[in-house]
Design a protein around this ligand. Structure first.
Ligand code: 9MJ
Length: 788
């Protein structure tokens, strides 16, 4: 505290700052500072008030639980107040809590693990959502309310009724005629990601975190909006009840579960505070893999008789505590933005930060992804920003503390020239083909056009080329790549195979043996599989999986190099955009030359084969017509045309009258088709696509027979999460043996999603789209049913 400021002044300043944050957080759902900063202000105020009890007023934020009810919702008085929880940040604070519990119960202090005197605690993760009260009368949900200030909350009955895992009627029997359930409404990480993606797509503002998304969704005056949000309840207690309930907290929660209410899967019993600490550590380790955000764990004295004996202090129970995890969000200053050049030339803004400790690690850089993200955040150099570090993820900037923007804050500009090679920087274009037309819009990525002439791209390209999962050249680390490029010895991946003994020996740190080893490793890399080689080339958007798919389906480099974009889109998971990337990569003269040189310098691809029958089986004339994106011709129209004419040539030759005879092909569609094929370039292109498909060995008519007759033919399945009884590859093979296609992404066309533990965004997408989902047990019995 600055000495010029009195305690009274500091208290007043802290209160108004906390009030302002509370309003932003609770009422507007727009947090202005991270929790850690808020907690610090709160602790400071608490400490000052403890020193100066005469300065405590009823209006102090320490005397309240939360924000005020929004005027637009009805008010609900909580007959049993909704309490908040005291916090423990350090282990010692938890031990102190346990000591207070023992003292409150007149139990001997004893040793941590002493038998006979340890308290039984229930342990649950502390979900980060919005606390709610759900009133059941005679088993019917009659009212839902927010906590509000703990005594009066908002009536959100219409909204809670839309939350899918809240039962509208209790199941089973034995529930008290009046039962008020309390719990947290939250959003899973996957649900949150999916919602934000939707928000962005619709041009809306994304939510800062799942907590805000949940709170914002529940506070909608229009329950239809709430219904569209992926909200979930986790029950953690009971308020009012007029009947007998089990005599332990865990017993009560299990009873709630029996009545159809979701409770935490991580609920455990701890005998003594030592086991509470074990639980805290175990959940801490699991934190990243849990499907929802948590900010700590909650311990509650398990026996309700002991809870009653302990009672309350202010607005907190003496029998429960939240043991918080270290904060993952902090605030710091954005000192500058630098631009890094990636392997494909993408220029990525990187934030340089005033170093700050976040969850035990010093953070001085954070990714800003791309310029759209910079614009979305509205961040300027000099701003105070909120940084988040979670798990192994690169630190991210979540937002700006607008109130702290200095007068001399500067906007972030993309350099016009590449900071490494000085080539021009261009904004990427998004090419979308729809209804026979190409539309081009501005992309969010800026690229250095220098390609392999840009040292940054060249280095990254070589590092990728030699990496373990690509050409796997042992001993060619990043530092050596840098030297090779800096000395001008390597200007493309092909140059690696022309390195001489003298050149390598001349590098820093090389002697006879190391030189021989490196050249040996380079020589040993000359027989890669086709898939590795394709991956090693570093085609934008082509990862290992896509490379494997290309190799497996097309079988030979020559075919992959020549494949037209429409032909590539026959591969599962290859969309038109990726197909264009692949196609234009192989059309590029420089890339063709590098590939030619690689082959001349001794690369021998292994396992080149014929076209995979699976690929041939996926081609139909109807698909081809649909892929040409002719206006008004969608998949059913395409199917009817294919059935009627049997070949592309026949369709091109068909006149308007012929076309009009196709069942339910309307005039507009017939005209569009004629217009399309009357354009010689378009007709030639369609013929070229067809010719290529045929040259690749496809036969329109036979293809259906390959997969037909199998129980799952025509279906697309998606596997996500971990499976316990088999590997994913096995599951995939078994599904394929039954005729199903296995895809990596969920769409409306997906037949079924098999979700194991750890399933994330795919599961969320499936539930969003109403796609059938089964767990491993159901999957195993389905396999059995189908004889797979
Ligand atoms: C959360 N947020 O997960 C309580 N909570 O109990 C759990 N919150 C709570 N319990 C009494 N698991 C007041 C709040």
């Amino acid at each position: 505290m600055p000495s010029a400021q009195t305690a009274a002044e500091r208290i007043a300043a802290l209160r108004s700052e906390i009030d302002a944050h509370n309003y932003r957080y609770y009422v507007l759902d727009e947090p202005s500072v991270p929790d850690a900063e808020y907690d610090r202000l709160f602790q400071e105020l608490r400490a000052l008030e403890a020193e100066h009890p005469e300065l405590v007023t009823p209006e102090s934020p320490t005397q309240r639980v939360g924000g005020e009810a929004l005027a637009a919702f009805g008010q609900v008085r909580h007959e049993v107040p909704m309490l908040s929880l005291g916090n423990a940040f350090e282990e010692q604070e938890l031990l102190d809590f346990d000591r207070r519990v023992r003292e409150g119960l007149d139990l001997p202090a004893g040793d941590l693990f002493a038998e006979g005197v340890s308290i039984e605690y229930s342990c649950e993760p502390k979900l980060d959502g919005l606390a709610v009260s759900l009133l059941y009368e005679n088993g019917h949900l009659v009212r839902g309310a927010t906590r509000g200030d703990g005594s009066v909350g908002e009536d959100i009955t219409a909204n809670v009724r839309t939350v899918r895992n809240i039962p509208l009627r209790l199941q089973g029997e034995g529930w008290p005629p009046v039962l008020e359930v309390r719990g947290e409404i939250y959003m899973t990480k996957a649900g949150f990601e999916a919602l934000n993606a939707r928000q962005l797509e619709a041009g809306g503002k994304p939510f800062a975190n799942p907590r805000n998304a949940a709170a914002g969704s529940l506070r909608q005056l229009d329950p239809r909006i709430t219904a569209s949000r992926p909200l979930e309840l986790c029950a953690y207690g009971v308020g009012r009840s007029d009947g007998g309930l089990p005599d332990t907290h865990i017993g009560i929660l299990n009873a709630l579960r029996g009545w159809g209410l979701p409770i935490s899967r991580e609920l455990r019993l701890a005998r003594g505070v030592g086991e509470c600490l074990d639980y805290y550590r175990a959940i801490g380790e699991k934190r990243d893999s849990l499907p929802y955000e948590i900010d700590g764990v909650v311990f509650k004295v398990n026996a309700t008789a002991q809870q009653r004996e302990l009672g309350f202090r202010a607005r907190e129970p003496r029998w429960a505590i939240a043991h918080k995890f270290p904060a993952r969000e902090e605030i710091t200053e954005l000192l500058g933005v630098e631009f890094q050049v990636g392997r494909t030339g993408a220029i990525t803004p990187v934030a340089r930060l005033r170093p700050v400790q976040v969850a035990g690690v010093t953070v001085s850089n954070a990714t800003l992804h791309n310029m759209d993200e910079v614009a979305r955040l509205g961040v300027m150099i000099g701003d105070t920003v909120i940084v988040r570090r979670a798990g192994d993820v690169i630190p991210q900037i979540l937002g700006v503390v607008a109130e702290r923007r200095p007068a001399d804050a500067r906007p972030v500009h993309v350099p016009e020239q590449c900071p490494v090679c000085g080539s021009d920087v261009e904004r990427t274009q998004l090419v979308k083909r729809g209804k026979g037309r190409e539309t081009i819009s501005e992309g969010s990525i800026y690229r250095c056009v220098g390609r392999l002439a840009c040292q940054a791209q060249l280095k990254q390209a070589i590092i990728h080329f030699v990496s373990r999962r690509a050409m796997d050249i042992d001993g060619l680390g990043d530092k050596i790549v840098e030297q090779l490029v800096d000395r001008g010895l390597v200007n493309s991946p092909a140059d690696l195979y022309a390195l001489t003994h003298e050149q390598v020996l001349g590098l820093e740190g090389f002697a006879e043996i190391s030189t021989r080893n490196l050249l040996g490793a380079i020589g040993a890399s000359k027989r890669p599989t086709l898939a590795r080689f394709i991956y090693a080339l570093g085609i934008p958007d082509v990862g290992e999986e896509t490379a494997k798919l290309l190799a497996r389906a097309l079988g030979a480099l020559a075919r992959i190099q020549e494949a037209l974009p429409e032909v590539l889109t026959y591969l599962p998971d290859v969309g038109l955009e990726v197909a264009h990337e692949i196609h234009s990569f192989f059309q590029d003269d420089h890339n063709r030359q590098v590939i030619r040189q690689l082959l001349e310098r001794g690369i021998e691809l292994q396992g080149e084969t014929e076209l995979h029958p699976e690929f041939a089986a996926t081609a139909t004339l109807a698909d081809l017509l649909a892929k040409l994106n002719i206006p008004f011709i969608a998949s059913t129209g395409a199917q009817r045309l294919a059935a009627r004419f049997g070949s592309l040539e026949a369709i091109i030759a068909a006149d308007w009258l012929d076309l009009r005879q196709v069942e339910r092909l309307n005039e507009k569609a017939a005209r569009a088709l004629r217009d399309y094929f009357d354009n010689p370039e378009q007709a030639a292109y369609a013929r070229a696509v067809e010719a290529q498909l045929r040259a690749f060995g496809m036969h329109w008519e036979s293809e259906r027979k390959v997969a037909a007759g199998l129980p799952l033919s025509g279906q697309t399945w998606v596997l996500t999460g971990t499976l316990e009884t088999m590997t994913r590859d096995e599951a995939k093979a078994r599904l394929e043996a039954l005729g199903a296609k296995v895809s990596g992404s969920v769409s409306a066309k997906t037949s079924c999603v098999v979700a194991g533990p750890g399933a994330g965004s795919k599961l969320a997408k499936a539930s969003e789209l109403g796609v059938r989902v089964m767990d491993e047990d159901a999957f195993l019995s389905a396999l059995q049913t189908f004889g797979g």
